[in-house]
Design a protein. Sequence first.
Length: 298
Amino acid sequence: MKYIITGATGGLGSQVLKYLLRLVPATDIIVSLHNPNGASSQIVSSGVEIRHGDYGDPSTLDEAFRGGDKVLIISYPNISGRIPYHVNAIDAAKRCGIKHVYYTSLMFASDSVAAVMQDHLASEKYLKESGLTYTILREGIYSESYPLYFGFFDPNDGSDEVLIPHGDGGIAWVSREDLGEGTAKIMVSDGYVGETLLLSGSRVMTLHELAQRISAILHREIKLCIVDEERYLKRNIGKDGRMGEEKYLRQWVSTFISVRRGELEIVDPLLQNVLGRKLKPIEETLVEMLRGGSADAR
């Protein structure tokens, strides 16, 4: 059995590879990278085969997927405009005779109003209609990505006031490491054919509750404020990197409508059952990130 992993240099993909290497020999794994020269030390030293596979160049995907049995298609990292990249990967899997496709979606609802979920829903539909055997993995919201949902929080920016638009709601936070291990174990199983799985955390925490936990860790009061979209945008437009771009932010605000609707508060026991242990609580991730001085939202 040959396993192909895309996106193995990313936060989720690197964790999937880490745990897949514990389940199958390295010689059974192919890593498809858009830039093979950017392979991490983990990938290079692991003994897996490294191939060039670029979602934007279908001809490279044909070579990257050649001889594979199962492929993990990790979604292209953007809010919108991702569908052509996913279509290219799904079509290449079909041309190459891949026996099973695993696609990483998000845990938002099937009728989600969040902009970030729309391309996932379209990609899920395309995969279902492709004729390929598939499993859709609706990965839960990374605990490590909490700053995205918590007003792009940076503990070092001098502000103790966090602004979010629309309203609060519960999120079933889950660590990337737990998701990576669970995804790897699902890939080596022969189950879940034609299913859409929810890999959520084991409990829900609202953003207001998150503020309380962060306040306790930092020993200062962090206040969460619900504001209108324009005030939220004014606070964040112009910040360094993609998060400060107005187009990105205007798309991102719809996420909080979904949070308020309760789209992210669904708890499914599947991931915990697959791992056979309790999941890592978000409190541990918060301590690691905040006491380590990190506000990594990737």
